[in-house]
Write a protein that binds this ligand. Structure first.
Ligand code: ADP
Length: 719
């Protein structure tokens, strides 16, 4: 043995393992290997190589080097960094990075080609097939159809050897066409692009916040930055992160229009064989632009030269299960490791990013007006205490009036309600029982399309019962409150002739369905779109002139650190859909709290004042970004073991200056999937290495096997 390889395995193990490198196996950091683990061989990635001097314990030999492309060393470094940040085993981060390799690559397509042999019996049908086939490969069915013959004729020619099956070679990957020109930029766009080009020319890590109102043309700006990065380095690769699959299609179309080729797409909706193709092409450097959801961050870019995070404020960038991370924050880290610029774009940037921009850590690029003559919508607050809807209805008279006018003008309305299903609560009129899932502390949401009651946390569901499961009363269940399905019902009652559609994750199953619905809406095929947040972001609907926010107070309930900020962002985005083209738009916001700072800021369209007030509150409480926060969540089927461990863990908290540990407290969701839950919250000053604190703490009181511990650094969910 002359060399030792430290190999990281994509498994939840505390560390990488050392293996002996067999003589003759030439390895480099990032190479993929087959490593023995117990009786199995598992895939692993070499993270370090060193000479074997001084190693005096027996090491297992690596079995082989795999043919898969290596992970670039910077991608390996990122995996290790992300794991330390999240306080999780590095193997868990590696598992995300290698997810693209789970399936074999797609089978090569095959087709029929003429072999040059003459058919034994040259009938008219057979001659037609050969004339049609020419010298290119055909699918059998397409060939039969084009030649106007039955499938049997083609098959007979194959059997005779006149046609033969062969692999159709993959078309060469087209490179982005940099000779195409982009939009003619307006002066603020041009100024922003100039700064981004400067950052690209300077090279190295820098961050910019592209802060522009909805419709100001941020996408056009970052398309030009992408063009500059591609032009500056013929091997440059670009990553564009989006918070939702529903947005990827529109952005991909913009890239295709700008560069003549579609970028690679990366998200859970992409089929596994295709994902392997993308993974390999990203690792080899052949794929130049990737547009994807958060896990695209972990792709093995060979030469990542620019990262764009669009809608950077969006909470969907936070991965809340398994390996918990915030993709925007990790995108900045990845750019730093790669020595590349990163652009964070939003109309409603997060307090964190604005704080970084104000402090000079990020370049601050502002686009204060919409492009062209488009104006921001007029915002009106509808005080539901003064003009309430009729009982059992949710559209107030002023909103209804506005909808009537919009419909009469042949324009479109978006009704925004961030709640899936028909009704958020079903209760029994006879005994007062609220329908909940058997194993989870949350109300069941009624879905009328499917006729089921669904737990939105776990997906558990049951048919809507005819009798109350508690008291047995028949037909006593009533639906309380609205979801989008119920709002659709009300809209149909009010506008029986209008064309109405619902956009929520229940009606739009995948990226293709989202693209189709967005396209029909943009083409004016609907008069009213009832939508959750999936439709409220990013899309351009030229004929949409009215946005009605049905329940503006929805997100303000609950004790969430970011409740006000998030509500502001969501409603500013939703109302920003109105009046994007040359038609002026308006937004009506229904609220019981018109004096709330969020509603006032929306009405005055004064984001800066709102953020300043929010920032002052956070600073006083030394909460993010003025301090650091982490949540520790314990859960178990065994209530006694949970209590006992929570007490032990509380007692084991290290005594550190500038760190406060709160809890344990019952989590607001005290029961999920049959597991009881408890939470700690840790607040620390910015100078504290919070990850080191958490790691030390955890090491002092290991959980028993029956208790699961989850660490959530910078939590966004407080449930
Ligand atoms: P944002 O991303 O800021 O919401 P977009 O980039 O989607 O804005 O631009 C909004 C609309 O204005 C789009 O239809 C876009 O094509 C158009 N637009 C933006 N900038 C320009 C420009 N310089 N020239 C022509 N059209 C533009």
């Amino acid at each position: 043995m002359s060399q030792v390889a430290r190999v990281l395995l994509p498994l939840p193990l505390p560390e990488a393992f050392d293996y002996a490198v067999p003589e003759g196996m030439a390895l480099a950091v990032g190479d993929q290997v087959a490593a023995p683990l117990g009786p199995r061989l598992v895939r692993g990635v070499v993270v370090e190589l060193r000479e074997a001097h001084g190693v005096n314990r027996p090491l297992k030999d690596l079995a082989s080097k795999l043919d898969d492309p290596p992970m670039p060393p910077s991608a390996v470094a990122f995996v290790e960094w992300a794991a330390r940040y999240a306080c999780e085993p590095a193997g868990d981060a590696l598992a995300i990075a290698l997810r693209g390799l789970r399936a074999p690559p797609p089978k090569p397509e095959t087709g029929l080609v003429a072999t040059g042999m003459a058919p034994a019996r040259p009938t008219a049908a057979r001659r037609s097939v050969l004339e049609t086939a020419g010298d290119k490969p055909w699918k059998a069915s397409a060939l039969a159809a084009a030649a106007g013959v039955s499938a049997g004729v083609v098959k007979a020619l194959v059997d005779e050897g006149v046609l033969a099956r062969m692999e159709i070679p993959e078309p060469a990957r087209l490179q982005p066409d940099l000779s195409r020109s982009g939009a003619v930029l307006n002066p603020s766009q041009a100024a922003a692009v100039a700064v981004l080009c400067e950052m690209i020319a300077e090279g190295g890590f820098q961050a910019a916040l592209l802060d522009g109102v909805t419709g100001s043309g941020k996408t056009e700006v970052y398309l030009e930055a992408v063009a500059a990065a591609l032009a500056a380095d013929p091997k440059a690769q670009i990553l564009v992160l989006l918070p939702e699959i529903a947005l990827t299609q529109a952005v991909i179309a913009r890239f295709e229009e700008r560069f003549g080729v579609a970028p690679a797409e990366w998200h859970s909706g992409v089929a596994p064989p295709r994902r392997r193709r993308v993974w390999e092409a990203v690792a080899s450097g052949a794929e130049r632009i990737v547009v994807g959801a958060r896990s695209a961050l972990f792709l093995p870019f060979a030469n990542l030269r620019l990262v764009v995070v669009d809608e950077e404020h969006d909470g969907s960038f936070k991965q809340e299960e398994g390996f918990i991370y915030h993709a925007r924050d990790l995108a900045v880290a990845r750019a730093k490791i790669e020595g590349a610029p990163v652009v964070l774009a939003s109309a409603t940037p997060s307090l964190e990013s604005v704080w970084n921009a104000q402090g000079g850590r990020y370049r601050w690029l502002r686009l204060r007006a919409r492009h062209g003559s488009a104006r921001l919508p007029e915002v009106t607050l509808v005080d539901l205490r003064e003009t309430p809807p009729e009982p059992g209805r949710w559209i107030s008279p002023p909103l209804q009036q506005a909808m009537v006018e919009t419909y009469a003008a042949g324009e479109q309305t978006l009704l925004f309600l961030n709640r899936r299903g028909y009704a958020p609560l079903v209760l029994c009129r006879a005994c007062g029982e609220r329908m909940t899932a058997p194993d989870t502390d949350s109300w069941l949401v009624e879905h009328r399309y499917s006729g089921r009651l669904v737990c939105h946390l776990t997906g558990w569901s049951m048919p809507r019962p005819e009798r109350c499961p508690h008291c047995g009363a028949k037909d006593s269940l009533v639906s309380i409150g609205p979801g989008v399905e119920r709002l659709e019902e009300e809209a149909r009652l009010l506008f029986p002739d209008a064309r109405i559609a619902v956009f929520s994750s229940d009606t739009v199953a995948d990226a293709e369905a989202a693209r189709a619905l967005v396209a029909s809406m943009a083409a004016g095929e609907f008069d009213i779109l009832v939508a959750t947040q999936s439709a409220a972001k990013g899309h351009n609907f030229p004929n949409l002139t009215l946005v009605g926010v049905v329940d503006a107070d929805l997100g303000l309930r609950g004790g969430d650190l970011r409740a006000a900020e998030r509500t502001y962002q969501l409603l500013a985005q939703a109302t920003g859909r109105a009046g994007r083209a040359e038609r002026p738009g308006r937004a009506l916001i229904q609220t019981y709290a018109p004096d709330h700072a969020v509603m006032q800021a929306l009405k005055a369209q004064d984001r800066d004042a709102f953020l300043a007030a929010e920032a002052a509150e956070r600073e006083a409480a030394r909460l993010p970004p003025y301090g650091r926060l982490a949540a520790v969540i314990l859960s178990s089927h065994d209530g006694a073991a949970l209590e006992d461990y929570a007490r032990r863990l509380a007692a084991a908290a290290p005594n550190a200056p500038d760190v406060e540990v709160y809890g344990p407290a019952d989590a607001p969701l005290a029961l999920v999937r049959g597991r009881r839950r408890k939470r700690f919250l840790v607040r620390a000053d910015r100078s504290v290495d919070l990850q080191a604190f958490l790691t030390t703490w955890r090491a002092r009181a290991k959980p028993p096997g029956s208790v699961r511990m989850t660490v959530d650094v910078d939590p966004y969910s407080f449930l």
